[in-house]
Design a protein around this ligand. Structure first.
Ligand code: SF4
Length: 320
């Protein structure tokens, strides 16, 4: 993709695990060959069931964990080729917002220290000016200047996520990986946080990789959507195309499972049955064939390529 801020090529992450009394070594194929790109200023939603590898993919993008294979390019520069010092300098440009705002904030630090720490690490603000900068950030996320000296337990869940967001934007990053940032919040607060993220995107020119299992949240926030199943992306499309005409049977099943508020729009779609197979030994051929209502003989043996269709979307399915 031209003008890609981030490009991911052939990304793989296998985790070694030992099983049984004999201590047999196995590999969890959490991410198993993933390619995508994100343009500056857009939001790419990454959606799939729990255990599909989307959180691991987000951490690989930020180099919080090392890939088994593949490459992550940020503004055309391969992060894998950077030494420790260069990577630290680069880290200023990409940040993460975590799912659980309470667990991700140090309970013994004040808000000023939590939000100010990344600025000190990256030499953006000295101590003396730190509180002023933090106060500006707090106001940007809908909190108040007089809350600088408070501790995380003094805030509600939604406010704590606002602190997490202030910390993420403290270094003026280009890219933010938002990993289920609203999943731990009350439904009434989720929309406020999503709207805040959109406002900040417009104000600061942010680019998001937005990870969620919640198809409704993905629909609200994304420009394009990548659907992940068992360590692979099975469909990647513009939001409208994906939601109006899902191509991959897994995408169709995910959308069919979402309750419709308008019963007239309840279209008949395949219902997703059974559990996601183990990522230790994914099914051969198409990984979705054990649950796919349209599976054919070829699907059991031959892995479908992830290829572009005429309308610009990419799909991995033998039907196309
Ligand atoms: Fe279903 Fe076959 Fe397509 Fe896989 S390749 S999604 S099994 S039709």
């Amino acid at each position: 993709m031209t003008n890609a801020l981030l490009e991911v090529r052939g990304l793989v992450k296998h985790f070694a695990v030992t099983r049984g009394l004999a201590g047999k070594k196995l590999f969890v194929r959490a991410v198993d060959g993933v390619d995508f790109a994100i343009r500056a200023g857009e939001t790419l939603g990454l959606v799939g069931e729990s255990g599909c590898g989307k959180t691991t993919a987000g951490r690989l993008v930020l180099r919080l964990i090392e890939p088994t294979a593949g490459e992550v390019l940020f503004e055309g520069e391969s992060l894998g080729r950077l030494d420790r010092r260069a990577l630290l300098a680069r880290r200023r440009s990409f940040q993460i917002i975590f799912q659980d705002p309470f667990a991700s904030l140090n309970p013994r630090m004040t808000v000023a220290e939590i939000v100010g720490r990344p600025m000190e690490i990256h030499g953006i603000a000295r101590r003396a000016e730190r509180d002023d900068r933090v106060a500006e950030l707090l106001e940007a996320v809908g909190l108040r200047r007089d809350q600088l000296g408070r501790y995380p337990h003094e805030f509600s869940g939604g406010q704590r996520q606002r602190i997490g967001i202030a910390r993420a934007i403290a270094t003026r990053p280009r890219l933010i990986v938002a990993d289920e940032p609203t999943s731990a919040l009350d439904v009434s607060v989720q929309a406020q946080i999503l709207n805040l993220l959109r406002d900040l995107q417009a104000r600061f020119g942010l680019t998001y990789l937005f990870i969620s299992h919640n198809i409704g949240v993905i629909r609200h926030i994304s420009d394009r959507v990548a659907v992940m199943y068992l360590g692979k992306i099975v469909e990647l499309a513009a939001k409208r195309a994906l939601f109006e005409q899902p191509a991959h049977p897994y995408t169709q099943a995910l959308l069919a499972a979402v309750p419709k508020t308008d019963p007239r729009r309840r279209e008949a779609g395949p219902v997703l049955e059974g559990d996601v197979p183990s990522p230790v030994s994914p099914p051969p051929g198409c990984r979705f064939h054990t649950r796919c209502p349209r599976a054919m003989a070829v699907c059991r043996n031959e892995e479908p390529a992830f290829r572009p269709l005429a309308d610009g979307r990419q799909v991995a399915c033998h039907l196309y």
